[in-house]
Design a protein around this ligand. Structure first.
Ligand code: PLP
Length: 384
């Protein structure tokens, strides 16, 4: 049995979420845009999911748009808001941070390199936190969007959005936040922000893959990436993925409703994991010790090759990630680790707990980890 400690990469679909989805793959297979009974039944389920998301985030249902996942939500929000603002003559400047997910960073860089936008990428501290003053100093009169992730996918650091959000609101600059990793794992209060957009992804919170949420404030003009049938207020065309959307709504509700018990449980497991890992000689923590996601442990290991350690752990039945697994198996040092000046000659391992993780999993993982590190070091640090 594999001990799965890679819940930041993806999570298993919760049985209740799956049960909610199944009818919309089978009996209730109507197109939610069709006028007949089957269509109306599917549409009602989509609208119920929209309400579940709106309630969890404290926004109006009309602000909620369903997408194919976090990547699309990030692209749609950043490109759409930037294009519309420029078309309206409001400006041409974007601000983001150096440790955003690629879906944000590459989108912003593409807008700068291919579309003539100006971009300021604000660095983070060696703890992985963006300094508020530095971020706000980067904002100019012609800034049309600031994008700051709520929590980092690799090192789990939480950005001070409770300060950044209201500060940008005072300057009337819209904020987009990628909350793909943060949602359900930390309190996210977007009231009081000059809200531009929020991105979520169902598969990070025990929902299905290939569906996500794009909260796009109704009063903020946006241009559409996808043109077609005019679904979702005309800003995200395409037949509604009814089953996926139902699963997304159920997963969002589950995450929001179980936070008060699940977050302390995850934190307890993660702290137990970290104290076990850090007890091994030559291991240090990446990212901030307290201001981090409750399920995230990311460590730097001396005298070990990262790929070899990942492989040894996998062979021993412990699934973890090096760098970010969202980048299709990449094991090269990530831009996030580079952004916090993490030494390139160490192995960097991310372990993330989830709903199914038990104390026994953690205790076994710690034992296996210590054993793999020792065997690798005994063999000179490389492959066994
Ligand atoms: N943003 C963050 C912070 C992520 O961790 C991920 C993970 O892959 C994404 C965006 C992309 O989401 P998706 O896999 O739904 O496209």
């Amino acid at each position: 049995m594999t001990i799965y400690l890679d819940h930041a990469a993806t999570t298993p679909v919760d049985p209740g979420v799956l049960a909610a989805m199944l009818p919309y793959l089978q009996a209730e297979h109507g197109n939610p845009s069709s006028a007949h009974r089957a269509g109306r039944a599917a549409r009602a389920a989509v609208e119920h999911a929209r309400e579940q998301v709106a309630t969890a985030l404290g926004v109006a249902p009309l602000d909620v748009v369903f997408t194919s996942g976090g990547t699309e939500s990030d692209n749609a929000a950043i490109k759409g808001i930037a294009w519309a603002a420029r078309a309206a003559g409001r400006g041409n400047h974007l601000v983001t941070t150096a440790i955003e997910h690629h879906a944000v960073l590459e989108t912003a860089e593409w807008l700068a390199e291919q579309q003539g936008f100006e971009l300021t990428v604000v660095p983070v501290t060696t703890d992985g936190i963006v300094e508020v003053d530095r971020l706000l100093d980067a904002v100019r009169d012609d800034t049309v969007l600031v994008s700051v992730m709520a929590a980092n996918n690799e090192i789990g650091t939480l950005q001070p959005l409770d300060v950044i959000g209201p500060a940008l609101a005072r300057r009337q600059v819209p904020l987009h936040t990628d909350a793909v990793q943060a949602f359900g794992r930390t309190h996210l209060d977007i009231t009081g922000w000059s809200l531009g957009a929020v991105s979520l992804s169902a598969h990070k919170i025990n929902g299905p893959k290939g569906v996500g949420v794009w909260v796009q404030a109704r009063d903020l003009p946006v241009q559409s990436l996808l043109h077609g049938g005019g679904q979702e207020r005309g800003i995200r065309s395409g037949t509604f993925n009814a089953a996926g959307i139902v699963g997304c709504g159920a997963a969002v509700e589950l995450a929001a409703q179980t936070m008060t018990t699940e977050v302390p449980r995850l934190r307890w497991l993660r702290d137990r994991l970290l104290s076990g890992l850090l007890a091994v000689d030559g291991i240090g923590l990446n990212g901030h010790a307290e201001r981090r996601l409750p399920h995230n442990a990311n460590v730097a290991v001396d005298r070990c090759n990262g790929e070899a350690l990942l492989f040894a752990l996998d062979m021993a039945g412990v699934a973890v990630s090096a760098g970010s697994a969202c980048q299709s198996g990449a094991t090269a040092a990530s831009h996030v680790l580079a952004g916090i000046d993490a030494p390139a000659d160490k192995a960097h391992v991310r372990m993330t707990c989830g709903r199914s993780t038990t104390q026994a999993d953690i205790d076994t993982a710690v034992e296996v980890f210590g054993d793999c590190v020792k065997r690798l070091r005994d063999a000179g640090g490389g492959y066994l």
